[in-house]
Design a protein around this ligand. Structure first.
Ligand code: SF4
Length: 205
């Protein structure tokens, strides 16, 4: 990512109480996570292609962390329980559908557990994004979320709303709709509770 753009992004998020951490690779970020989160801590996971590509849940579990990841559930009921439990962990790790250089974090959620955790869940939140998730403005970030991330996430989760075929959002009222919460995080009340980790790689969608 171009240095001037990165510095502008860092400055805009800093003015909104969100610290930006920059990593050359996802492996370096993984080292940072393991160095920073005390061993044995409880860690909630927001389901994300980005986190899955890093194999974070499995590695942290192996390293002695108490990982709460709904994708470990054996049933729908257990998945709901894990989503609720992850709101009360010490740390929360998640991806994001888009961020903007002007200092916004944008997500669309199906059930809302991930955005709830980001906004008023655990005391420590790391939001992990690859450079493919960065747009210049809030409007562009929302367009990305609706026309790129949501259709691909719907397909990944096994739903079939119209955007899966059309590759764009038509604001459907399908029973298969995956977009119930469009959330823009514009700042944090508690300084640096939520940190944004930017990785110089394409990650997730
Ligand atoms: S509102 Fe419907 S068409 Fe639009 S992205 Fe969501 S699921 Fe797809």
């Amino acid at each position: 990512m171009n240095k001037k753009k990165l510095n502008k992004l860092i400055k805009n998020f800093k003015s909104r109480n969100i610290e930006v951490l920059h990593f050359e690779t996802s492996d370096r970020l993984k080292e940072y996570i393991k160095e920073t989160i005390p061993e044995g801590s409880s860690v909630g996971i927001g389901n994300s292609k980005t986190l899955k590509s890093m194999n974070l849940s499995k590695e942290l579990s192996k390293d002695g962390y108490s990982v709460i990841d709904k994708t470990f559930a054996q049933s729908k009921e257990e998945s709901v329980k894990l989503k609720k439990k992850s709101l009360f962990t010490e740390w929360y790790l998640t991806g994001s559908n888009a961020i903007s250089v002007d200092g916004k974090i944008v997500n669309i959620d199906h059930s809302g557990n991930r955005v709830a955790a980001m906004i008023y869940g655990p005391d420590n939140v790391l939001v992990i994004v690859g450079i493919n998730k960065i747009e210049d403005t809030l409007n562009e970030a929302i367009l990305r979320v609706k026309n790129v991330a949501a259709p691909l996430n719907a397909k990944r989760a096994g739903y079939n709303p119209p955007c899966v075929e059309l590759n764009k959002c038509i604001d459907c009222d399908s029973k298969e709709r995956v977009c119930n919460y469009l959330v823009v995080i514009e700042g944090q009340m508690e300084k640096d509770r939520l940190k944004l980790c930017i990785v110089e790689e394409e990650m997730g969608f």
